[in-house]
Design a protein around this ligand. Structure first.
Ligand code: FHN
Length: 439
């Protein structure tokens, strides 16, 4: 059967026999609001690569280990101490509002019992069970949104052209490629039917074009299953939001919705030798920059093969959670802050536009400076402590339209262990910035 016919049949079957619980009301145009408000998600890279603690999929692709030896890790992936409820609770405590877990990485090893491939943890590893279902259930119990990571490319699949950096299975073989596309549609349908994720996090799209992936039909399939689903950018231009990776944007990205995905050390999967962990301060500082530019941070954790989470990563999540809890009003549900020309640090604005939150690094001795704000200042306090702060307005010439400079006195005991946040309540419900010119 021609692949086009196959895909048309899939879509038609959805139209004729939609899954009642998946065909949600498409009238909800605010389906992205939860994502925009979420600010923090936790990424989970968990697969057989955690057995030897080597690069996920890339270790065999780049020839660091033979494919055969890479696949020997199947026998060590036992998930014997896996506790999805504990994972979900830790994620909740971190302040994160969603999690994205790898269902299948480029190595083709599925974390569920796929009908389309025996290369999965149920059939080929001592884990012997669907590892996604209990986690998705636990996330939902904690009131968290669910994201599923799925690699479009599959270097293990005999119908997929690429195998390793050195070896290709074929250049052009429409019969094999059509078989692979059917396989992909089959597994994506399984993921949607089994887990009904709120967010689909595709990866590996770079190896083929949108046409070759049938990206539009994949998008249609997802929307038919769940019209509120959010899709990341990695569907060759058919996604909903940008996904910069391991690189903090210097300027506010143009994208309305974007999410920086970042590791805690330098590895996506569990690698005990990688001790280059960001400190809790560094993670919070990066997170502050991301939300000041209106983005989300998707912070990665990498469980061991037995399902336990490295202690260094638990510590970061706990510290992040404490800081988030204390400063939640300045973080969750906020919008991007003001440009650095107006305040020389990260900032966010409340959804109602009345409060400007200024993030303060360290423990500055002198007052902090805020300039170019046309709104009248009504009140200033320390977030999480409530202490009101004194401030002066300087250089406000009665004849000039240029707003005065607000100097805010900081108390000696301001220091939060990481960053402190100052709330500046302004008159009106929209922050008006003076377009500063030299004259
Ligand atoms: O190749 C993958 C990589 O292993 C990892 O999963 C990251 C996470 O965003 N995505 C791809 C590289 O961009």
């Amino acid at each position: 059967m021609k692949i086009k016919t196959y895909i048309i049949l899939i879509i038609a079957s959805l139209l004729l026999f939609p899954k009642a619980n998946f065909c949600q009301d498409n009238s909800d145009s605010t389906k992205f609001q939860w994502f925009a408000d979420a600010k923090l998600g936790i990424f989970i890279h968990w697969g057989i690569y955690s057995v030897n603690g080597i690069d996920e999929s890339w270790s065999f692709y780049n020839g660091l280990i033979s494919y055969e030896d890479y696949m020997k890790q199947l026998s060590g992936f036992n998930a014997e101490n896996y506790n999805p409820k504990e994972w979900a609770n830790l994620i909740k405590e971190s302040g994160a509002k969603y999690a994205v877990i790898t269902s299948k990485h480029h190595d083709g090893v599925a974390l569920w019992d796929s009908k389309f491939s025996d290369l999965n943890v149920v059939k080929k590893t001592p884990a012997k069970r669907d590892l996604l279902k209990p986690f998705v259930k636990a996330l939902r119990k904690e009131g968290l949104k669910t994201g599923i990571y799925y690699s479009l490319l599959d270097w293990s699949n005999d119908d997929y052209p690429n195998f390793t950096k050195e070896k290709k299975r074929y250049e052009n073989d429409s019969i094999k490629w059509d078989k692979f596309v059917k396989f992909n549609f089959g597994q994506i349908t399984e993921v949607m039917d089994n887990y009904n994720p709120d967010l689909m996090w595709f990866d590996g799209d770079w190896e083929q074009s949108a046409e070759q992936w049938h990206a539009t039909e994949i998008r249609e399939l997802l929307h038919h299953k769940n019209s509120n689903i959010i899709i990341n950018s990695r569907l060759q231009g058919y996604g909903d939001y940008a996904t910069p990776e391991q690189g903090l944007p210097i300027y506010n990205p143009k994208d309305k919705l974007w999410e920086l995905c970042m590791t805690m050390n330098d590895s996506w999967g569990y690698q005990p030798n990688d001790k280059n962990y960001k400190t809790p301060y560094e993670v919070i500082r990066i997170f502050s920059d991301v939300i000041s530019m209106g983005g989300n941070l998707l912070l990665d954790i990498s469980p061991r093969a037995d399902g336990t989470i490295p202690e260094e990563q638990i510590k970061v999540l706990e510290e992040l959670g404490r800081w988030n809890k204390k400063h939640s009003k300045a973080i969750f549900g906020t919008k991007a802050g003001i440009p650095r020309e107006y305040y020389a640090g990260p900032s966010t604005t409340s959804a109602n536009g009345k409060i400007l939150y200024l993030f303060v690094e360290g423990n500055p001795k002198g007052p902090i400076m805020l300039k170019g704000i046309k709104n009248k200042v009504e009140n200033i306090w320390v977030v999480g402590k409530g202490s009101k702060l004194n401030y002066d307005i300087k250089m406000k010439a009665w004849w000039s339209s240029v707003p005065g400079i607000v100097f805010i006195d900081l108390p000696a005991n301001l220091t939060d262990k990481y960053l402190s946040i100052i709330a500046v309540q302004l008159e009106g419900n929209k922050i008006k910035l003076h377009e500063f010119t030299s004259n």
